[in-house]
Ligand binder design. Sequence first.
Ligand SMILES: Cc1ncc(COP(=O)(O)O)c(C=O)c1O
Length: 375
Amino acid sequence: MTAMERIALSTPDLRGREAEYLAQCVRDNWVSSAGPFVVAMEERMAVLTARRHAIATVNGTAALHLAVMAAGVASGDLVIVPDWTFAATAAAVVHAGAQPYFVDVTRDTWTLDPELVDAAIRKAPHKVGAVIAVHVSGLPADMDGLALVCSRHGIPLIEDAAGAIGSRYRDRPAGSFGQISCFSFNGNKTVTAGGGGMLLTDDDQIAGFVRSRSTTARKGAEYEHEAVGWNYRMTNVNAAIGIAQLERLDEMVAAKQHIAARYDAALVNRPDIRPMPRPSWAEHNCWLYNAQVADEVGAGSLVALLGSQQIEARRFWRSLSSQEPYATAPRMLKGVSRDLSGSVVTLPCSSHLTNSDQDRVIATLHAWRDKAIAA
Ligand SMILES: Cc1ncc(COP(=O)(O)O)c(C=O)c1O
């Protein structure tokens, strides 16, 4: 009997010109944080998001850290973040000397609730310095609703578009909203650079600040510094991979959307699994395919059954406010993040996943239901 082949969750799809561009880095001796691919990647991202400025960073967390500082958040300020997000959103706030203020997401969209953000700002125990909207696994948050609340209170809006490359909110691309937006090019993203991030803005002053602080705040080529800076610049080696990936963005997003449509069809009329929401405002890049089951225990049993079939799946985010580092952080919750916490499962969705491998995943999803009915 031949061994069953393992199906991974979401792995890089390096079938473009990655090797060619990497060889070019070595041949031309541009391997560090200066080089033509870094600039090319910035230019491409600025065009993609219709932004005036794009600044490449070592990862998405660094881009978010710079964003919080550049938005003018002062030490001790509160920054509103969804309670259901990746840890980096809140960590970036803490790294900038501010405090995360956790607000719930809506049950229908899984993204930050604008009405609750409004209430949270009104009842805030301290000054709110910024709001960070997160596009959950690529699904755009309600940017009109959030922009309205932020402008009403005069608070900057930051867009954490880490996984949302290629997504659209109404007629605009993800990354084009708020004062600042950030992307990640981590290995599990639709477009990877191995590791990397990008900060985008239309504001010249913010762009100048971020360029300076991300490159040790050096004044020129010599060792004079205008402030305490960070070494946050993306390398040319990473950008070589990133630019090759960006060349295939449309193809990879289309592949992810095809995979998502097949899962949606397979899960239709299943009361035991709820596919990720599809709000009317969103064109979703379907970076990760998520589905919710009854609770954390059910999610664990689904992941275990898939695992026994050599299929990698994973319980998704946990509510951050309920975790140790944030035990005393202020919050405004309605119980949605608590319900989502651990009950959402990510299914295999690499852009190179084949139909026949996906059929194996779907067959196991059906077997999980049949087992539950029989029990
Ligand atoms: C919502 C969100 N924000 C931030 C990040 C951080 O990006 P990076 O891993 O590149 O630091 C991620 C990464 O997955 C993310 O999903």
